[in-house]
Design a protein around this ligand. Structure first.
Ligand SMILES: Nc1nc2c(c(=O)[nH]1)N[C@H]1C(S)=C(S)[C@@H](COP(=O)(O)OP(=O)(O)OC[C@H]3O[C@@H](n4cnc5c(N)ncnc54)[C@H](O)[C@@H]3O)O[C@H]1N2
Ligand code: MOO
Ligand SMILES: [Mg+2]
Length: 672
């Protein structure tokens, strides 16, 4: 559909600092980006004018009057000077220029920002028309600008079209808005009656409009593809917001008792564990040597007993006994091994190095007498009972994870624990969708044109299992509502978390989102994320019939790299959180890039190999290749990190070699 000529826009940065050094102006370029990015703006804008001026009354007035009266711009956005500081004079100088105020827009700016932070109350926006130019003042901070633009973008085209009197375009925008907003009626009311009537008389669009009304957010599953909304009705949210939404829905799936074994690795304790036994449970020698009475001092003594630490049956030699307590008499000594039991009565152990053999028994089998060369003190070289850990001591707290390092298992084993209560790990189902998708074992014939091999399922099964979770292989389902619905329904009975790939974008057979919402009673928490790859990544929850724990659905994009990256970024932290892991988020480190990297219009998760530079000891990262297309799985080969690249901005289109960039570590740094 033709959208008419672009709206002409002027952007003014009002800031003493930016005026002195334009490099400090972040918000002006950001606003330009937002308005010219096809991702965020449904209709095209054309930036005709940009300026940076000081916080100065006459500069503000002159600039805006010139742009309205001589340039006839459709929209002027000012950023900066809306706060409480003395130099903040933007709204005070704009207000007198307005011929009609637009309190609704001002209210929208304030109310949407207040949802983010109470400090929004410290901004003083004004908005309104001067003749036919809409003028809006925005705060100076880029973050606040972006938040305000998120709120404004859905209504701006509508507002500007109304002023231009573009009835057709108003109708189109209306359809888009109706499909994306639960408050359709208020949008209807915003359309002048005459234009509203006009929409309903236009029979081709009438049907479309009706469909939008039946389905509050997304397309009706019966709507032919040609008549569907041409822009995704799901707002594109930042990655951080997506993570936050996932965090607020990922709950523990209960507890389970498990025997103490290495199967516990990756599980989190759901109870405090107390030692069942003291360690050591007897007085144990710290060294190999002779148990003595310290008071006896150096001299030659008969060896009356041998106490081994090793588990062995008592031998024929009646001196050797590891079980029966032995009472050592003054003037005698007993041979003990490290960890061996110190005989009753003995109060110190002397190392074998501090002794000398004097006499053997008959047949030279045993030591008969040994000379103690050094004097010792009471308690020397003996670990008293319970000196490592007393029976009843708290040894592992709730929330402790059984690490791959093994320490926790070792401790519990040593204090007599045989089973523990842990948080259950979620079971994860993995389902591929797509008419074109063929199982990798299908080798009876070559792939037909249009068919592809199901690589996503194998990748995700491996990733889920390697991360320590149970993966349920749910196979491949075709893109038909009557196949998808029962398949997903059944899958949800089996698993706590369902991962699907494919069918979440704008294509003819992309049914996943409407199906989840309309047939499976799912709540879609987000349906698009501002990232590359992974834009159409979708997160939903469905109620659980058996308990109040919701099931999570991650409907990942079909493109293999998009599916893999969104799995690591969104699904894995959720699985960890559901397992009660206390720091479920991904590890992010600064890495030095070994070459220039070009920036994209979307925040990009660029696949890299992270390694330690053996000379500097610092982490460095090398791209897995320039071609980072979402379909090109080869960009995942050897990748153990995702560089978190910012969007390109005016004048900044790349990051130079040697710069530090935040990088999400996948698996371990020493991944092989
Ligand atoms: N008009 C638009 N088109 C697309 C948009 C958009 O915003 N507007 N977004 C693009 C982006 S970004 C992505 S990512 C993809 C997402 O596509 P879907 O999730 O709908 O996935 P499909 O259409 O089913 O498949 C996409 C692609 O991936 C291949 N695929 C699917 N399943 C598998 C599998 N199991 N193993 C390997 N490869 C698989 C499939 O054959 C397609 O080539 O949409 C863009 N389009
Ligand atoms: O986001 Mo899509 O994942 O670019 O290909
Ligand atoms: Mg698709």
């Amino acid at each position: 559909m033709s959208l008419g000529t672009a709206f002409t826009v002027g952007i003014v940065t009002v800031s003493d600092t930016a005026c002195a050094n334009p490099a400090h102006d972040k918000s002006g370029p950001l606003l330009q980006d937002i308005l010219t990015s096809t991702e965020t703006a449904p209709l095209p804008y054309r930036i005709d004018k940009t300026a940076i001026i000081a916080d100065d009354a006459s500069q503000i007035t002159n600039m805006v009057c010139d742009w309205v009266d001589n340039q006839h711009l459709d929209l002027i956005l000012l950023t900066g000077g809306t706060g409480f500081a003395e130099r903040d004079v933007t709204p005070d100088n704009i207000a007198p220029l307005l011929t009609r105020t637009t309190p609704g827009i001002t209210h929208l700016l304030i109310s949407s920002s207040l949802l983010k932070t109470p400090f929004a109350a410290l901004s003083r926006p004004v908005s309104g028309f001067r003749n036919k130019t809409l003028i809006i003042t925005l705060p100076g901070s880029p973050k606040a600008c972006r938040e305000n633009m998120d709120a404004l973008l859905p209504v701006l085209p509508h507002a500007l079209q109304l002023v231009r009197g573009q009835v057709d375009q108003v109708r189109h925008t209306h359809a888009q808005l109706a499909s994306s907003s639960p408050q359709k009626d208020s949008i209807d009311n915003a359309i002048p009656q005459q234009q509203h009537t006009c929409i309903h008389h236009h029979h081709h669009h009438h049907k479309h409009h009706q469909n939008q009304h039946r389905s509050p957010r997304t397309l009706n599953l019966d709507t032919p593809v040609a008549q569907r909304a041409r822009v995704s009705p799901y707002p594109m949210i930042p990655v951080e917001e997506a993570l936050h939404l996932i965090q607020s829905h990922a709950q523990s799936v209960g507890t389970v008792s498990m025997p103490l074994s290495d199967d516990l690795i990756g599980y989190v304790l759901a109870e405090d564990v107390y030692a069942k036994e003291s360690v050591p449970g007897y007085r144990a020698s710290i060294v190999d040597g002779y148990a003595v009475y310290a008071e006896d001092g150096p001299g030659v003594y008969p060896v009356s007993h041998v106490s081994l630490a090793a588990a062995s049956q008592p031998t024929e030699n009646e001196k050797v006994d590891i079980h029966t307590p032995f009472q050592l008499q003054r003037g005698q000594i007993a041979r003990v091994a490290t960890g061996g039991m110190v005989p009753d009565g003995a109060n110190a152990v002397v190392m074998v190095e501090d002794t000398k053999l004097v006499e053997m028994t008959q047949g030279n089998q045993e030591e008969a007498t040994v000379e103690i060369l050094a004097s010792t003190s009471v308690g020397a070289m003996i670990r008293p009972i319970g000196s490592d850990c007393q029976k009843g001591d708290l040894v592992c707290k709730t929330g402790t994870i059984f690490s791959t390092i093994g320490g926790e298992l070792g401790v519990l084993a040593s204090v007599g624990i045989t089973s523990v209560l842990v948080y259950r790990k979620p079971h994860v189902g993995i389902l591929s969708s797509g008419n074109e998708v063929q199982d990798i074992t299908m080798t009876s014939r070559p792939l037909a044109p249009g068919e592809i091999r199901d690589s996503n399922r194998l990748t995700l099964m491996a990733a889920v299992r390697q991360a320590g979770f149970e993966a349920v292989d749910l196979g491949i389902v075709v893109d038909r509502v009557d196949a998808l619905e029962p398949c997903i329904q059944k899958a949800l009975e089996k698993v706590d978390v369902l991962i699907t790939t494919g069918g979440v974008s704008m294509g003819e057979a992309d049914y996943m989102k409407p199906l989840l919402e309309q047939k499976l009673k799912a709540t879609i928490h987000f349906g698009r994320v501002n990232m590359k790859p992974g834009k159409p990544c979708t997160f939903a929850t469905v109620p659980n019939d058996t308990n109040n724990k919701k099931k999570l659905i991650f409907a990942l994009p079909g493109n293999p790299v998009s599916a893999t990256v969104t799995f690591y970024l969104f699904v894995l932290p959720a699985l960890r959180q559901m397992s009660a892991i206390q720091q479920p988020g991904n590890v992010k480190l600064q890495v030095k890039i070994t070459h220039d990297i070009t920036l994209d219009d979307r925040p990009e998760y660029h696949r890299v190999l992270v390694f330690v530079n053996s000379e500097t000891g610092q982490l460095e990262a090398t791209s897995t290749g320039k071609n980072q297309q979402s379909s090109r799985m080869i960009s995942m080969i050897a990748a153990n990190g995702l560089l978190q690249l910012p969007v390109k901005s005016v004048g900044v289109s790349m990051i130079k070699k040697g710069n530090d960039v935040p990088c999400i570590i996948l698996g371990s740094l020493y991944q092989v």
